[in-house]
Ligand binder design. Structure first.
Ligand code: FAD
Length: 408
């Protein structure tokens, strides 16, 4: 009976914690099963302002506001020594324009604690191992005991664990090539004039599909990472991950100069082949949240925003399902969620094929174009009322890129 519940959530990352908090607030008996003990490291440290709407819905925003994370008010891009800056306050969508750059061990624990405070139960070191109909098999990793549970509804928020996609054969390949990232945290010693309120995305001067993130935190440290197709890293075989990262950094004079006094303070990590898709985001008794569904690419920091949006969309539908209402999950969950994912996807495609970079680095952008791009960069990728770039975004980005290249 320890594990009896109406809704079981797999994973207590942002998607799971947010859904857990919202369901608990609505009076649902909800339990979260999390494989790790929190706090634990996670990548995905730069949030988008749209996130704050969903954190507020879940009652989790005060805890995040109070902690003292680094404020984030925009994004800065650097290519061949040229900077392009986006202030989120210039977006054309309604909603918050400020957010944070967060150490995810702290952030994820705050959210999971918030879900517990709202009345959800979180079981750490509990790994979901199998599913059959509504029955989940759970292993308690503290003593290897195995238990079953039969919730009325399952939310899979297992992120890169991709529990239900694996167990139910729902995986489908991503449209993107296999890319890799190597990353760590630095004591950054950035120059005093460096704007810590923005993520800095730097394009490699010779290989335009290699890029770096620099995400300053509030305590004088930063997250740094490099992203590229795996063959670039394979070519550095024999080097440690730290050597690989700094080999790439040394190839970008402006970034090397910025980081000349920085020192590594965390172990180096790498992740590859992270882009993933699924055949369906929902079934009769389950829905996939966040990364357990589709994951695109880290370049626009869309991961946590999509994760929280998925929780915000799914929870009211779970409530209706529990009340016995017939819910069309494809129409009411998968379709609306994919609308924003697809807008982000066009941006990611446009980044790598160069169309979006053309627009981002255009020296004299029209104000309304900059506002539209800014809105998506701020996470408002579902706002098709105010932003024409949300629908038909690939075609519209291409047209914009042609205009920019024609007038240069
Ligand atoms: P997660 O945060 O991954 O949480 C899933 C949880 O499920 C984990 O705690 C895991 O332990 C647990 N779990 C897994 N399997 C099981 C199991 N079998 N049983 C029980 N529990 C399980 N996003 C951003 O928003 N901003 C960024 O700057 C950003 N940078 C990124 C950089 C890189 C290189 C990559 C690869 C991703 C980046 N992302 C970023 C994406 C971000 O990491 C994810 O989108 C986000 O963490 C998804 O949240 P989630 O709640 O869906 O999953």
């Amino acid at each position: 009976m320890k594990y009896h519940c109406d809704v079981a959530i797999i994973g207590a990352g942002p998607a799971g914690a947010c859904a857990g908090a919202m369901l608990a607030k609505a009076g649902v008996n909800v339990k979260l099963f999390e494989r790790e003990q929190f706090p634990r490291f996670s990548i995905g440290e730069s949030l988008l302002p749209q996130c704050m709407t969903f954190l507020a819905e879940a009652g989790l925003v005060e805890a995040v506001d109070d902690w003292g994370f680094q404020l984030k008010d925009g994004a800065k891009f650097l290519q061949h020594g040229q900077f392009s800056e986006f202030e989120f306050k210039h977006k054309c969508s309604e909603g918050p324009h400020l957010t944070y750059q967060v150490q995810r061990d702290v952030f994820d624990k705050l959210l999971a604690d918030g879900a517990e405070k709202a009345g959800a139960e979180v079981f750490y070191r509990h790994q979901i191992e199998a599913v059959c109909g509504n029955t989940l098999t759970i292993k308690d990793l503290s003593d290897d005991s195995v238990h079953t549970i039969e919730p009325k509804f399952i939310l899979d928020a297992s992120g890169f664990g991709r529990v239900l996609p694996r167990l139910l054969d729902l995986e489908s390949p991503s449209d993107f090539p296999v890319r890799q990232s190597v990353f760590t945290h630095l004591k950054d010693n950035l120059p005093a004039q460096f704007d810590r309120n923005k993520i800095l995305i730097t394009v490699h001067p010779d290989h335009q599909d290699i890029w770096f993130w620099l995400i300053p935190f509030s305590n004088g440290t930063s997250s740094i990472g490099v992203v590229g197709e795996t063959h670039y890293f394979d070519a550095l075989e024999g080097q440690t991950l730290e050597q690989q990262l700094f080999t790439f950094i040394a190839q970008v004079p402006e970034l090397a100069e910025l980081l000349k006094d920085a020192s590594v303070i965390n172990e180096l990590r790498t992740i590859k082949g992270y882009s993933a898709n699924v055949k369906t985001l929902c079934g009769d008794n389950f829905a996939l949240l966040g990364n357990a569904g589709e994951f695109l690419d880290p370049v626009f920091s869309s991961g946590v925003t999509i994760a929280l949006k998925s929780s915000s969309l799914a929870v009211p539908l779970v409530l209706r399902t529990l009340q016995g209402e017939a819910v069309d999950w494809q129409m009411e969950y998968a379709l609306p969620l994919r609308k924003g994912i697809n807008a982000f996807k066009s941006f990611v495609q446009g980044w790598y094929d160069g169309d979006l970079r053309q627009v981002i680095f255009y020296p004299d952008p029209m104000e309304n174009v900059k506002q539209m791009v800014c809105s998506v960069l701020a996470g408002y990728a579902w706002d098709d009322k105010n932003n024409p770039l949300v629908t038909h975004s690939t075609r519209r980005l291409k047209a914009l890129a042609q205009t920019c290249s024609g007038s240069q």
